[in-house]
Design a protein around this ligand. Structure first.
Ligand code: SAM
Length: 383
């Protein structure tokens, strides 16, 4: 059994966000109170469920891994540790960290540095960063042994067009129906692109949030309440309300079947996917507490931190009428609106209707194996 190559504790600690003033300098990145890196313990707790899906890498002398959408923060290191446990002790590996241009690459570099310093054992790592969209081919043909998409392939290629629904309609359900066709196209495209890059017999691990039939969407219910309250009290205009467009596709199992049927010449599933449903760690901590006011405050810090880190950029865009602008830093008046939205979100989470509902999400975990027989021309078709 190889050494764990770093000393990151695989037990997920609950991360605390505060609801004080943000110092964000780049909303697409990692600075500020609702920084993704400081609020992504939930994602990491899901990755713990992925162990049965990891490929066997024994016998390989060198491995090339690409982490598609690595994000700022530590989560990719946890995924890498899991993979390296499946590899030989003396393996040489390279990991290519990909994310969009606006990610905080300084932060990524710091995490790389910390990881290398913490390395033990004989496994020898080489690190590279690769800024750019994963909706392009970003690696040469058939050069990758393992691709990982930890909570990233649900991001659509482009922000979808607005939908026209009344503010009281269930936003989440209406929005997922609205973007379904683009979501199917985009996820299929990602699998075709990765089929070019990943070697025959190589692996693609995909872990993304999905649309469960039964799960309680506490975050979205709270967000809907919060945005309605901001609309009613004039914090945001009806145009800004309508401009909120989350570019996240959360496929149902039927959607997945459809996508996988389209790419069946390129990929197969060595084992069935799973659909674990998990509660946010802050909820688990609350259940183990005495449920004092302070405990609820800490709980709502965790939930608001997580959710606002996910949607902050989308909110800023909505405040600007949905336009993506080069100056992403929120202006002081926008910052004040974000604070108001956060306050309303926190109130909604603690409201009688929601405070005792389990905030959970359902995740797809699947490993795809690149078919041996598939020709590159098939992988390149229909893109
Ligand atoms: C929810 S975060 C997950 C980050 C990290 N993998 C983790 O598990 O914590 C999603 C990441 O995907 C990245 N992303 C979204 N669309 C992308 C694209 N088209 N190309 C590259 N990265 C993208 C985002 O910038 C973000 O860092």
């Amino acid at each position: 059994m190889p050494y764990l190559p770093s000393h990151h504790d695989p037990v997920v600690a609950s991360e605390k966000a505060t609801h004080t003033h943000s110092t964000s300098s780049d909303t697409a990145s990692n600075a500020g109170t609702f920084a993704y890196a400081a609020n992504s313990a939930f994602q990491r707790s899901i990755y713990q469920k992925c162990e049965p899906y990891l490929p066997d890498l024994e016998g390989l002398k060198t491995i090339t891994i690409v982490d598609y959408g690595c994000g700022p923060g530590q989560n990719w290191t946890y995924g890498l540790d899991l993979l390296l446990l499946r590899a030989d002790e003396d393996v040489q590996y390279q990991i290519i960290l990909n994310d969009g241009l606006k990610t905080d690459w300084n932060e990524v570099a710091q995490v790389v540095h910390g990881y290398r310093v913490g390395q033990r054992g004989h496994q020898h790592g080489h690190f590279a960063v690769l800024p750019g969209t994963f909706y392009d081919q970003i690696m040469p043909d058939q050069t990758v042994d393992v691709g990982t998409a930890w909570s990233s392939f649900h991001w659509l290629e482009k922000t979808p067009p607005p939908m026209d629904i009344p503010p009281d309609e269930n936003y989440y359900t209406a929005w997922q129906a609205h973007i379904r066709s683009q979501g199917l196209t985009d996820l299929t495209k990602l699998l075709r692109l990765r089929a070019r890059e990943i070697k025959p017999g190589g692996h693609l691990l995909v872990v993304i949030p999905t649309t469960p039939a039964s799960s309680v969407k506490v975050y979205w219910e709270a967000f809907q309440q919060a945005s309605l309250s901001c609309l009613t009290d004039g914090t945001i205009t009806p145009e800004q309300w309508r401009a909120f467009r989350a570019p996240f596709f959360q496929p149902t199992e039927d959607d997945l079947r459809q996508i996988l049927a389209t790419v069946q010449d390129l990929w197969h599933l060595p084992m069935p996917w799973s659909y674990p449903t998990l509660a946010h760690p802050a909820w688990t901590a609350l259940q183990g507490s005495e449920k004092t006011q302070q405990d609820y405050e800490e709980y709502v810090d965790g939930i608001a931190g997580f959710f606002m880190a996910l949607i902050r950029d989308v909110l800023v865009r909505a405040l600007r009428g949905g336009e993506v602008t080069s100056a992403e830093r929120p202006a002081p008046n926008e910052e004040a609106i974000l604070q108001q939205a956060t306050t309303s979100f926190r109130e909604a989470i603690l409201s009688d209707g929601l405070r005792n509902k389990r905030p959970e999400s359902c995740w797809l975990v699947m490993r795809l194996v690149r078919e041996h027989g598939a020709k590159m021309s098939e992988a390149k078709a229909n893109l």
